[in-house]
Design a protein around this ligand. Sequence first.
Ligand code: UDX
Length: 487
Amino acid sequence: MEEQDRSSQSRPPHVLIFPLPLQGHINTTINLAELLAIAGFKLTFLNSHHNHKRLVKFNNIAAHFERYPGFEFKTITDGLPLDHPRSGNWFLDMFEDTMEPKMKQSLREVLVNSSPPVDCIIADWFLGFALDVAKEVGIPIIFFCTSSPCCFWVYYSIPDIIQAGELPINGSEDMDRLITTVPGMETYLRCRDLPTFCRKLDIEDSIMKLIVKQTRKSLQADALILNTAEELDGPILSQIRTKCSRVYAVGPLHAQLNTRLNAKHGESYDHISNTLWEVDKSCIFWLNKQPNRSVIYVSFGSIASMSREQLVELWYGLLNSKTKFLLVVRPNSVIGKDGEGEDVVMELMEKSKDRGYIVNWAPQEAVLNHPAIGGFFTHNGWNSTLESVVAGVPMICWPQFADQHVNSRVVSVVWKIGLDMKDVCDSKIVEKMVNDVMVDRKEEFAKSASEMAKVTNQSVNVGGSSYSNLDCLVEDIRIMSWKKLTK
Ligand code: UDX
């Protein structure tokens, strides 16, 4: 009977999908949106004016999504003027007072004026205000966590860590102390693996409070989507499920999208590029000339910056190692006085000609899957971490902020597919770690990384855990929207 009623619903569910206006969040959310479009949903992707302009400028995004008749981009303000540089610590500093009120108002307007009406909202877990708006207008909401589940769980547990007296941290000698109050991580999480804002002595820190607030609020939604697989984060998923009964682990999303696109259209199908920077594909031609597994790829994502001194230490370590390197240095990501940062990049480029290749922005997925790549020197942003896992590339971890410190701990001691260089930037250590991963312990790391890649890739194949979880999510959204229509 229910089946009959549902089939009488004349239109597909309309989902509004709303990412946080940052690169690492947008690309994963676009992947999720495309997977739901493949399932036949009508999709409205709500982007900021600023990011949409860049997406359209550097990618084939508009043409790509034309093939999904129900797919539409809408843009709203992120609360900042279009010419704001959006660099440095702009995001967390401006979020609550400047960005949130404007985005909240715009979201409300889009929902109220939407035709056909929106049946379900999927919002980034950090956009807690979307829950208030969803309740106001009576639309089911699912939060999507683009960061790692381990870090999400640490964020959730911070009040308990404080309550147990394990925070604040008492100086540098305390950094290796184990944190025992995060269930599931008692044996490996140290003070130095906590998000960097936990290093402040002030347990009333406003950024810490904001992140804890958003995490706890996201668990009040109808469900939570996580970009991971049961096989990667099973023990932590079990912990999160004690706080939210509907948790869908559907990742790694970029790999799941590749599986479903290939099944639908074959290998030659063009895949979406969704970056906010102009990609320099010349590095692929350079990689084509290098022997198999001989090059280390070095990149620190879309937000992290480094000082001139750190770049020089890193560069000397790479240069003195026995390995060639492909290094990404984003424009304006090296901090120095009066253009010193840019000058040093030019100088290093000139000096490294026969040992390395430097670009502003690389086609990262293609690079990680290139046979010449044998290791990834990464900041452990969650997307980069998952892309490395899927490609079976061992990592050297140099985390900077947010979820990256927890992620590097998981990579090195739980998954055992890399080394953690946390809190250090010394050319001798860089050299030693690169030689370990690329030469001296090459086979050991290659073996563990390829085993991890195998189980992860199986999870997104037909019958795998993430594949089945996505099917459940799709079905549950259909049921949610059908219930909303028949209310
Ligand atoms: C940060 C966080 O650290 C991350 O964990 C969180 O989920 C989002 O915010 P970011 O610094 O952008 O993210 O890192 P990451 O999550 O790794 O995302 C970077 C993305 O940019 C990756 O998908 C990567 O493939 C892409 N990239 C990076 C390129 O395409 N080219 C490059 O040269 C560098």
